[in-house]
Design a protein around this ligand. Structure first.
Ligand code: NAD
Ligand code: MG
Length: 395
C-alpha cells in the first residue's frame, strides 16, 4: 500500500487527487489531509478516506473538525497550523506528498517533504518559484523524488529522456503551451473593466480562483517559465511560450536533431496526477481518451507581451535571478487577492507587480530566511502600491 499526504486536499488539485485515489483503493491509502478553512469539506473527505491525520489553519477550525469527525465515529488525529503541516508532510508513515496548497503558504511544508526524502508531487508552483535553488538542492541532498504535476511540466517530464545528462545535452529547448486564458482576443482597451468572475471563467480548465486569475493575466505561464527553469535546468533563452487555445498539446521538447516530442491529452488534471501517483507505471485516471478527429484543428501563436505584461515581468525576474522571482510571486499574490476582493482593476495587477519588482533590492537567494524576508518586504511594498492606487484621484 502506498501512503499519501495531500496538502490542500479541499482545493481543485486536492479533489482531483482524491478522485484518482478513490479509483485505486487497492494501491493507495491516505495518510493525511489538510485544508485551510473548508472544515465541512475536509470532514467529508476524512469520513470517506479515514486518514490517520488531518490539519487545518486555526484552533477553532480544528475544534470544529474534531467534533464533526468524532460524531461520525472517525478517529483521525486533528491538529492545526504551520508546524502541523510540515509534520504531516514529513511523517515517516507517508510515502508521497501531493503539494497542492496555493501560494507561498505551501513553501515550508513542501520543502519539509523534500527534506524528508519523500516522493513529492509538485502542483504548488509558487513554492519552487520562490525557493528554486534551495528546493532543488534539498531534493538532491535528501534523495527525494520530484514529480511535476503542473500539466505543462508533467508533459515536458514525459517527453524528456531519463534523468541522464548525456541525453539531456541533445535538448534544444522546451516549449510551454498556454491557452491564453479568457481574454486572448479581447480588445486590450477593455481589459480594465474585467470582473473577478469573468477572469475566473477559464475556457478549458476548472481551477482555484488564484491560478485562474494568473491564467487570465498569463502570470501563470510566467511562473511556469521559472518553474521549468528549475525543474529542467533550462536557461531562460531555451524556454519558449506558445499560445495554443485548445489545451490539447500540454507542452513539448525540441531536440537538436529537429525532433519535437509533445504530450497530448484532454485537459484534465487527473492525467498528470495519476502519472505522478503511479510513476513509472500508468494507471486509469478516469479521463476520457483523446479523440483528435473530434478535437479538430490545433492552433499555435506567439504570445503578445503588450497584452500580457505579466509574462514579460516573469521573464525579467528569471533573468534578474536572486530573490527577484520570490518578489514577483509575492507582489502577484497580494495584487491578485486585492483584485479578487474588488479592490483594484484587472490591469492594476501588472502595474503593481512591475512597480514592486522595479523597486525591490535583489539579493542572492541563498537561504530560506532571505527568501521569506524578500517575500514579506515585497508584500509590504505591494500593499503600499495598493494604497496609492485606491486613493489616487487619477483613476
Ligand atoms: P485551490 O484554491 O482550489 O485550493 C487551494 C488549497 O490550498 C485548498 O485546499 C486550501 O484549503 C489550501 N490553502 C489555501 N491557503 C492556505 C494556507 N494559507 N495554508 C494552508 N493551506 C491553504 O487551488 P488549486 O487550483 O487546487 O491550486 C493549488 C496549487 O496547484 C496552486 O499552486 C496552483 O498554481 C497549482 N496548480 C493548479 C492547477 C489546477 O488545475 N487547479 C494546475 C496546475 C497547478
Ligand atoms: Mg500549468
Amino acid at each position: 500500500m502506498h501512503r499519501i499526504t495531500i496538502l490542500g486536499a479541499t482545493g481543485s488539485i486536492g479533489e482531483s487527487t482524491l478522485d484518482v485515489v478513490r479509483r485505486h483503493a487497492d494501491r493507495y491509502a491516505v495518510h493525511a489531509l489538510t485544508a485551510h478553512r473548508q472544515v465541512q469539506k475536509l470532514a467529508a473527505s476524512c469520513i470517506e478516506f479515514r486518514p490517520a491525520r488531518a490539519v487545518v489553519g486555526t484552533p477553532e477550525a480544528a475544534r470544529e473538525l474534531e467534533a464533526l469527525l468524532r460524531a461520525a465515529g472517525v478517529t483521525t488525529e486533528v491538529s492545526h497550523g504551520e508546524a502541523a503541516l510540515e509534520s504531516v508532510a514529513s511523517d515517516a508513515q507517508t510515502d508521497s506528498v501531493m503539494a497542492a496548497i496555493v501560494g507561498a503558504a505551501g513553501l515550508r511544508p513542501t520543502l519539509a517533504a523534500a527534506r524528508a526524502g519523500k516522493r513529492v508531487l509538485l502542483a504548488n508552483k509558487e513554492a519552487l518559484v520562490m525557493s528554486g535553488r534551495i528546493f532543488m538542492d534539498a531534493v538532491r541532498e535528501h534523495g527525494a523524488t520530484l514529480l511535476p504535476i503542473d500539466s505543462e511540466h508533467n508533459a515536458i517530464f514525459q517527453c524528456l529522456p531519463a534523468n541522464d545528462q548525456r541525453y539531456r545535452a541533445g535538448v534544444a529547448k522546451v516549449v510551454l503551451t498556454a491557452s491564453g486564458g479568457p481574454f486572448r482576443t479581447r480588445d486590450p482597451a477593455t481589459l480594465h473593466d474585467i470582473t473577478p468572475d469573468q477572469a475566473c471563467a477559464h475556457p478549458n480548465w476548472v481551477m482555484g480562483r488564484k491560478i485562474s486569475v494568473d491564467s487570465a493575466t498569463m502570470m501563470n505561464k510566467g511562473l511556469e517559465v521559472i518553474e521549468a527553469h528549475w525543474l529542467f535546468e533550462a536557461p531562460a533563452e531555451h524556454i519558449e511560450v506558445l499560445i495554443h487555445p485548445q489545451s490539447i498539446v500540454h507542452s513539448m521538447v525540441a531536440y537538436m536533431d529537429g525532433s519535437v516530442l509533445a504530450q497530448l491529452g484532454n485537459p484534465d488534471m487527473r492525467t498528470p496526477i495519476a502519472y505522478g501517483l503511479a510513476y513509472p507505471e500508468r494507471i486509469d485516471a478516469g479521463v476520457s481518451q483523446l479523440d483528435l478527429a473530434l478535437a479538430g484543428a490545433l492552433n499555435f501563436e506567439k504570445p503578445d507581451l503588450a497584452r500580457f505584461p505579466c509574462l514579460a515581468l516573469a521573464f525579467d525576474a528569471l533573468r534578474a535571478g536572486g530573490v527577484a522571482p520570490a518578489v514577483l510571486n509575492a507582489a502577484n499574490e497580494v495584487a491578485v487577492e486585492a483584485f479578487l476582493q474588488g479592490g483594484i482593476r484587472f490591469t492594476d495587477i501588472a502595474r503593481i507587480v512591475g512597480n514592486v519588482l522595479e523597486n525591490a533590492p535583489n539579493n542572492a537567494a541563498d537561504s530560506l530566511e532571505t527568501v521569506l524576508d524578500a517575500d514579506q518586504r515585497a508584500r509590504q511594498s505591494a500593499r503600499a502600491c495598493l494604497q496609492e492606487l485606491t486613493t489616487s484621484v487619477l483613476r
